[in-house]
Design a protein around this ligand. Structure first.
Ligand SMILES: C[S@@+](CC[C@H](N)C(=O)[O-])C[C@H]1O[C@@H](n2cnc3c(N)ncnc32)[C@H](O)[C@@H]1O
Length: 254
C-alpha cells in the first residue's frame, strides 16, 4: 500500500491572492471528497487522487530539502517539475553522453539534480550554460537582481561536483567556447524563444538516440510562442513534444 501523500504549495502564478485561492480550493476538495490526502497543489497544478510517489523517494526529498526551504513558495510549488528533471537525469545516467542545462540562473534545479544523483554511479559531465552576468540581450535582473557575483556563487555551489562544467556566456555563442560532443539529457530553461531554438539547432544532433530533451516552460500559457516554435522545429525532425501536466515538454529522441 502506498502511504497517503499530499503536497500543498501557495505557488499559483497569476492568482490575485494565492492564499485565498488555496484555502477555497482546499475547502472545495474537502466538501467533495471528504479528504485532502493524495492531493497536489502548486505551480498552477491541482491533482486529486494521485499517488504522488515522488514524495516517497527519500533520496529525492533529501536533495530537494537540502536546497528548497519550507518557506520558499515558488520552490515548493515546482517540486513535481524538479522531480521530472531528476527522473530524466537518472534515466539518462547509464546511456552515456553528458547532461546539459541551458538557463541555470542560480543553479537551483541543477543543484538538486546533482545532489539526487550523488549516491549513484554519477560520472556524466554536467554542462551549465547561462550568461551569469549582466548581458544587454537578457533581462538578468529578474533572475540575478543586482548581484554581480552570480558566477562566483554558482561556481561555489557546484564545487563539490568535479564533473560539473560551468560555461558563462550567451547561448548559442557560448557553445563555441566549450560544449560536449555527445548529450544524453538536454534541459532547456532559457525563457527566450530565439535562444531555445538556437540551442536546439546547435545541440539536438548531439543528443544520443533515446536521449531526453526536457523543456521547462513548454505548457505554460505565457510561453505559447515558444511552444509553437518548438513544436514546428520538432515536427521538421519527425518528433512530437509531449506536454506534461507540470507544464514541461518532453521529447525522447528517435
Ligand atoms: C528561468 S531562468 C533558469 C532557471 C534555472 N533552471 C533554475 O533552476 O533556477 C532562465 C535563465 O536563462 C538565462 N538566459 C536567458 N537567455 C539566455 C541566453 N541566450 N544565453 C545564456 N543565458 C540565457 C538567464 O540569465 C536566466 O538565468
Amino acid at each position: 500500500m502506498m502511504p497517503n501523500n499530499a503536497h500543498f504549495s501557495k505557488c499559483f502564478w497569476g492568482a490575485a491572492s494565492a492564499e485565498n485561492f488555496q484555502e477555497n480550493v482546499k475547502a472545495l476538495i474537502w466538501s467533495e471528497f471528504g479528504s485532502l490526502s493524495d492531493t497536489f497543489m502548486g505551480d498552477n497544478l491541482i491533482a486529486i487522487g494521485r499517488n504522488l510517489s515522488f514524495l516517497n523517494d527519500e533520496k529525492f526529498m533529501e536533495a530537494f530539502r537540502s536546497v528548497i526551504t519550507p518557506d520558499n513558495v515558488p520552490g515548493q510549488g515546482i517540486i513535481w517539475r524538479i522531480y521530472t528533471l531528476c527522473w530524466a537525469a537518472k534515466t539518462s545516467l547509464k546511456r552515456g553522453g553528458d547532461f546539459v542545462e541551458c538557463g541555470v540562473s542560480t543553479g537551483t534545479s541543477a543543484k538538486i539534480m546533482c545532489e539526487y544523483l550523488n549516491s549513484e554511479d554519477f560520472s556524466n559531465n554536467v554542462w551549465l550554460y547561462d550568461v551569469f552576468r549582466i548581458d544587454p540581450r537578457v533581462d538578468t535582473s529578474i533572475y540575478f537582481g543586482s548581484s554581480s557575483s552570480i558566477l562566483d556563487e554558482v561556481t561555489g555551489r557546484f564545487a563539490p561536483f568535479p564533473n560539473v562544467r560551468i560555461v558563462p556566456g550567451y547561448v548559442p555563442e557560448s557553445f563555441e567556447l566549450n560544449s560536449p560532443a555527445s548529450i544524453s539529457f538536454l534541459h532547456l530553461d532559457l525563457h527566450d524563444t530565439a535562444s531555445e531554438i538556437a540551442a536546439l539547432d546547435a545541440l539536438f544532433d548531439r543528443v544520443t538516440p533515446g536521449g531526453i530533451v526536457l523543456f521547462d516552460d513548454y505548457g505554460a500559457t505565457g510561453f505559447q510562442k515558444q511552444k509553437a516554435a518548438e513544436d514546428e522545429w520538432m515536427e521538421r525532425r519527425g518528433q512530437v513534444i509531449l506536454e506534461l501536466p507540470t507544464g514541461q515538454g518532453l521529447v525522447v529522441k528517435l
